[in-house]
Design a protein around this ligand. Sequence first.
Ligand code: ATP
Ligand code: MG
Length: 296
Amino acid sequence: MSVPENRLRIAVQKNGRLAERSLDLMREAGLRVMKGANDLLYRIENHPIDVLRVRDDDITTFVADGVCDLGVIGLNVLEEHAARRNGPRPEVVMRLGFGRCALKIAAPAEATWQGPEALAGRRIATSYPGVLQSWLRERNIEAEVVELHGAVEVAPRLKVAHAICDLVSTGATLEANGLKAVETVLESEAVLVRAPGGPPEAHQHLADVLTDRLRGVVAAQGAKYIMLNAPRSSLDRITRLLPGAGAPTITPLAGANDAVAVHAVCQENVFWETLEGLKGAGASAILVLPIEKMMM
Ligand code: ATP
Ligand code: MG
């Protein structure tokens, strides 16, 4: 990477669900993260990059204003920011494959759900009033949105609201509070964002190199390298069974006329069922290996 005059700045969550994975991602992209005395700013030792560690709600503001060139943030936080604030918004560069959750409407478990129209004239408690309001508007539903910043899931029991709109991953919190998810407002995961219009000229090259590396890191997650032996006659069946594989490499096996070795990169996880299917189709000596790095 070339060395621009000043340093590229990336905003990540300081504490919380995305914090550790965001730093891991930087490390996997080859950045040596130096935890310094300054808790707010970590320096990257081997590149002119600083990592700014802040509350996730502030990341969008920093990236939207160009104070940071890049940021790692939940799509839910980005969408809420966009719904509330006019003006330039951070651009999504790529999905990062972690921090998966969904913003869902949940209602008391004992009541039968009659569809979104049942929310008309009702009160809904949420920390995401912006996203919820646009979801309601798209469906022409008029409901009262009550903004809460913690313990949203207790609102129905306290009679503060009839329903809630909250982030759900396993649903255990809802269940513990006598609620059930009834509608999905937004599917979310961590995303890499960049300043509107991209970083300034001086940071462009470094930002592009880092983005390419991160793309490789994300692509390698879950991807597997698969090797097996197969009779030529089963090649068609076997290739069709390989999950998310491009054109496999086929090489002859020494001393065997009708058998070949098949090597392929599978973009999806390879399950035991897939291996059993491959074996059933005539494959043998099947190996599945993790992929550490990938550059497309
Ligand atoms: P901060 O102190 O930075 O403001 P926070 O309390 O707002 O943190 P966290 O609870 O750390 O946020 O969640 C960060 C992000 O993790 C969420 O915005 C969301 O994108 C993602 N996430 C994944 N699973 C869940 C979940 N079950 N509940 C809440 N957030 C989740
Ligand atoms: Mg927050």
